[in-house]
Design a protein around this ligand. Structure first.
Ligand SMILES: *Cc1c(COP(=O)(O)O)cnc(C)c1O
Length: 390
């Protein structure tokens, strides 16, 4: 028989004081969310039915939609993206993917995998797409679907023309799938007013819930396409109609991620309590303060202010600094963790949900400045902290 490994307590590897997660997700979660995440109840039955109804109600507010077609997904935000793609794309369906980086490009891989006819419009210059650029492409083919990412987390870029592009797509009868994973509840998004057909988000970013339980909302128009499709959905778990059986009719699909849904319930409740307007304002002012702090310290930001995302801030890495060593030092000396990047010379500080609290921003900026100094980059930390304070 194979012997069990020696006793491996988690405490051996988890820091005694929790790290302050200031990277591009997951983000710190409020206590009520964490407590809810420790509770398991029956995934079917009265209590769960009430939880589901409330999650849908609060999610509808967060998405700003009257749609009843809101589903939770047991899986990362990528699974929500995959549900959108898998249910609206099948062999021969034409899809236009607006790619600005790692995450927005993922839609193309998913669509190709289910036989979609994929066209990628790529912007390698870290600029948002304009309505004109998209219009030229949409006029070339009879597209069925377009994917638009509101905030490209990998480089900190905001698609500032999302609303216009979605309206254009709507006018041409092209269904829009919008990735609002790092932006939902941190900045304006109005699903119904902007005529968005599918909006996806994850738990661990703006919502400040746990990773692994995600949300998706479909417009009536998108849902009709799903109802009418004749090609069977190749993903059993991600089949929107099957999932709707649980999320609408409370029928068994698969065992729901109960603690994660309870956690999401609490996270959404906090959003409703705070109100979206207040939350957007908190994110904007926190991010502006951090941006000023970083710049006043002597560092450069990667994306021009006009298109800069206020939920994830990308900072240029000065020549000669090793981002791994820098981040590692911030963790060891200050218990603050930020993110590197996928192949770009930047580091990223998250500004989502709980990250946007003064005590967290102050600590992150201080840890950043002190760590840069240690590695020989001469910064004016005092000026940075003063700018942040202002
Ligand atoms: C984080 C992120 C994703 C992927 O989320 P996972 O939960 O890791 O699958 C997708 N899109 C955007 C914009 C993101 O920020």
């Amino acid at each position: 028989m194979i012997k069990p490994p020696k006793d491996l307590p988690l405490a051996d590897i988890i820091p005694d004081e929790p790290l302050l997660l200031m990277g591009a997700g997951p983000v710190p979660i409020p206590n009520v969310v964490s407590q809810a995440n420790g509770v398991v109840i029956n995934h079917l039955g009265d209590t769960m039915n009430q939880v589901i109804d409330r999650v849908k109600l609060m999610a509808a507010y967060t998405f700003q939609t009257k749609s009843e077609k809101i589903l939770g997904i047991s899986g990362p935000a990528s699974a929500a993206m995959e549900m959108a793609i898998t249910n609206l794309i099948w062999p021969g369906r034409k899809i236009l993917v607006l790619k600005m980086g790692t995450f927005s490009g993922r839609f193309a891989e998913m669509a190709a995998a289910v036989g979609g006819d994929v066209t990628i419009l790529e912007n390698k210059e870290f600029l948002p797409f304009t309505k004109e650029e998209v219009e030229i492409e949409l006029n070339k083919k009879d597209y069925d679907v377009i994917t638009i990412t509101q905030g490209e987390t990998s480089c900190g870029l905001k698609n500032i023309h999302l609303k216009e592009i979605a309206a254009l797509a709507h006018s041409k009868n092209v269904l829009s799938i919008v990735d609002a994973v790092c932006t939902l509840s941190t900045m304006e998004l109005a699903m119904d007013d902007w005529k968005l057909d599918v909006v996806v988000t994850g738990g661990q970013k703006g919502l400040s819930s746990i990773p692994g339980v995600s949300l998706i909302a479909f417009s009536e128009q998108a849902w009709e396409v799903i109802q009418r499709r004749e090609v069977p959905c190749p993903h059993w778990c991600l089949d929107a109609k099957r999932a709707h059986g649980f999320w609408q009719d409370k029928k068994y699909h698969y065992t729901a991620p109960v603690p994660g849904i309870l956690a999401l319930h609490e996270a959404l409740r906090l959003i409703c309590q705070e109100s979206l307007e207040e939350r957007f304002e908190r994110h904007l002012s926190s991010s502006k303060a951090l941006q000023k702090g970083v710049e006043s310290m002597g560092l450069e930001l990667f994306i021009p202010e006009e298109y800069r995302l206020n939920s994830v801030l990308a900072i240029k890495l000065p020549v000669g600094i090793d981002s791994h060593k820098l981040i590692d030092h911030m963790v060891k000396a200050y218990y603050v963790e930020i993110s590197g990047a996928f192949g770009l010379d930047i580091i990223r500080i998250g500004q989502m949900g709980q990250q946007c609290r003064p005590q967290n921003i102050i600590r992150a900026l201080y840890a950043l400045g002190m760590s840069f100094k240690l590695f020989g980059k001469n910064l004016d930390l005092a000026a940075g902290m003063a700018a942040l304070e202002q």
